[in-house]
Each structure stands twice: as structure tokens, then as C-alpha cells.
Design a protein around this ligand. Structure first.
Ligand code: ACO
Length: 311
């Protein structure tokens, strides 16, 4: 590497200046960003599936409009993020191909099924709540296009979290059967959501380097702790019980202690053997194939316009 360029990069990181696509960057920094941003984009797109299934079954017009808007937002987030990844010199086609072939990772959480309407509440409240916790620090990430995409995404995620919590509140203030639905969904989603933040700091292979580069600002375990601390009082307000018998306020630490996480389940899901991994990829592949005519039509239109502009 050219020492002068490396030094310019290092001092930009040190001074908290953004790295932009036209700037020189170490190859490993570029590769790490492509990995993380594309995994993030795939998560947004696959994340449309568990909720997409419920749009036709929403219990009222209001709930349907909210859910529809939210699922469309997730698709938009995927598109901003693919664009951010493209500024690093990869093509969207190769990223999508890596997802469809099963090579690329996406968030473990979207491999769990949404079995009932209360799951729409839990996904918004907890999954989007965890996503915001992880994404707010990414607004300060050292790579400009990723940081800027995150600002808009976080605003929309905040709406997603609120609509989920409001849905949970409606169920918990409803009939005993509705409240039981809310509790049952929380029982299923809690641990997978706690795992979303990724392996413990001791096991996180990328953290040390990505923190040095100012991509990751807060560690996996610290974000997980912040999420649990914020969520426990929200569950109390709902009158729901978090399914962790070890969950307890620790006055000395000023945080909640929690029970052990089943990392074997986490890695099983990450490695492709969760409850819905195959179904999610199958649905994505089908959607991609069904959309082929739209891509062809858009390309034909672009070619026609380019031809006209030349004439
Ligand atoms: N699901 C699937 N894979 C995961 C998860 C998870 N919840 N958490 C970690 N991993 C993977 C990592 O991608 C990495 O795999 P790789 O080396 O093949 O790329 C491996 O486990 C080791 O983990 P870490 O070293 O901790 O990886 P990293 O530093 O990238 O941290 C994290 C993981 C926190 C998810 C980070 O990549 C990140 O902040 N990404 C951006 C946010 C994001 O993708 N959110 C998606 C869910 S939110 C939503 O879409 C609504």
C-alpha cells in the first residue's frame, strides 16, 4: 500500500471525517463494508417476508395501511443499502445472486415464522426496536454513503417500532384472549431478538477491526444490554412477562442481568438450518423470477430513451 494514502485514510478516521467513494481506502475496509452493507440490505429485503404474509389478514383497514407502508419501507431500505454497496465497486446483480444462491448471510431473525397477528406487534416492537438500537450508531459510521442511508432508515424504523408497540398495547388492553396472544408471541420472539445483535464480543470475529475503522461504534454485547435495559420497562407497561427467569435488575451494574443465550441455536439458524431458512430463500427466488419482466421492461425503456437522446 502507498504509505501516504494509508496515512491520509488513517488521519481521516482519527479525525472522524467521512470516507467517500472517491477516496482511497484499504482493500480490507472496502471488503468489510461490502460484506456488512450487503448483509444488511439482504436482511431488509428478506425482512419483508414474515410481515408480507399478514397484509391480507390485517384485522382493520388502519392496520392494513400501516403494515403495507412498513413492508414497503423495508423494501426501500434494501434499495438504499444496495446503492450504498454499489458505491464500493460491486454490482447489485452480484449481490442479489449471492443472496439467491444461499451464499450471502442475512439477519437470523427473519428465519423465524410469524404465526399470528400478535407477531406483527412483536416484530415492530422488538425486531425493529433492536434494529434501531444497532442502526443509530451506524449513522456515525465512517463511510459516508452508509452513514447517510442510515439516517433516513432510522427515522422510518422509529415509526415501525412505534406501530408495533401500539399494536401490542391494543392487544394487552383488549380481551384475555388477545393478551394471551401477545404473551405467546413474546415468548417465541424474545430469545431470537436477543440473538440478533450477533455473537458475544469474545466470539465476534470482526468487531475489533470494524471498531478501529469507525464502522461499528458500540459492541454487540453493549447494544444487546442497551436493548434489554430499554425493553424491560416497556414489557412491564404492557403487563407481559419476558421469558427469562434470570432477568433481574443489577443495581451495582446499573443494568439488567439476563440468562444464558443458546448460541447453538443462533449458529444453526445463521448456517441455514433455522425454522424458515429454506422457505425464505425459496420465496425470494420465486419473487425474483416473477419480477424478471419488470427488469427487462425497465432496461428496454432505458435503451429506448438513450437511443432517442442520441438522435
Ligand atoms: N444474523 C446472521 N448473521 C449474523 C448475525 C445475525 N443476527 N450476527 C452476526 N452474524 C454473522 C456476521 O455477519 C459474521 O459473519 P461473516 O463473517 O460471514 O460476515 C459472523 O456472524 C460473526 O459476527 P461478527 O464478527 O459480530 O460480525 P459483525 O461485526 O458484522 O457484526 C452485526 C454483526 C452487528 C449484525 C453487524 O454486521 C451490523 O451491525 N450490521 C448492520 C445492521 C444489520 O445488518 N441489521 C440487520 C437486521 S435489522 C433489519 O434488517 C431490520
Amino acid at each position: 500500500a502507498d504509505p501516504a494514502r494509508q496515512q491520509a485514510f488513517d488521519s481521516a478516521i482519527e479525525a472522524g471525517r467521512k470516507i467517500e467513494p472517491q477516496d482511497w481506502m484499504p482493500e480490507a475496509y472496502r471488503r468489510t463494508l461490502v460484506r456488512q452493507i450487503s448483509q444488511h440490505a439482504h436482511s431488509e429485503v428478506v425482512g419483508m417476508l414474515p410481515e408480507g404474509n399478514w397484509i391480507t389478514r390485517a384485522p382493520s383497514l388502519r392496520r392494513k395501511a400501516i403494515l403495507l407502508a412498513k413492508v414497503q419501507d423495508e423494501g426501500g431500505h434494501g434499495l438504499y443499502l444496495y446503492s450504498a454497496a454499489e458505491t464500493l465497486g460491486v454490482s447489485r446483480d452480484e449481490l442479489v445472486e449471492a443472496l439467491l444462491s444461499g451464499k450471502a448471510k442475512y439477519s437470523s431473525i427473519f428465519n423465524y415464522p410469524a404465526l399470528g397477528w400478535a407477531d406483527m406487534g412483536c416484530i415492530g416492537w422488538l425486531v425493529d426496536g433492536a434494529a434501531i438500537m444497532n442502526q443509530i450508531p451506524l449513522c456515525r459510521c465512517s463511510y459516508g454513503p452508509y452513514a447517510r442511508a442510515m439516517i433516513r432508515i432510522c427515522k422510518e424504523e422509529s415509526f415501525h417500532q412505534r406501530q408495533g408497540y401500539e399494536l401490542m398495547l391494543a392487544l394487552c388492553r383488549g380481551t384475555a384472549a388477545q393478551k394471551a396472544m401477545a404473551q405467546e408471541a413474546l415468548d417465541r420472539w424474545w430469545w431470537p431478538v436477543v440473538m440478533m445483535f450477533g455473537p458475544s464480543d469474545a466470539e465476534s470475529v470482526h468487531s475489533a477491526q470494524t471498531m478501529k475503522w469507525g464502522i461499528k461504534r458500540i459492541s454487540n454485547d453493549d447494544l444487546r444490554q442497551k436493548f434489554i435495559d430499554a425493553t424491560v420497562p416497556q414489557a412491564e407497561l404492557l403487563g407481559l412477562e419476558i421469558p427469562d427467569p434470570h432477568l433481574k435488575w443489577n443495581a451495582e451494574r446499573g443494568h439488567y442481568d439476563h440468562g444464558p443465550i443458546d448460541w447453538s441455536e443462533f449458529w444453526r439458524v445463521v448456517d441455514g438450518d433455522g425454522p424458515c431458512n429454506r422457505e425464505r430463500l425459496e420465496t425470494r427466488r420465486r419473487a425474483h423470477a416473477n419480477g424478471a419482466w419488470v427488469r427487462e421492461a425497465a432496461l428496454a425503456h432505458a435503451r429506448k430513451r438513450a437511443r432517442r437522446a442520441r438522435q
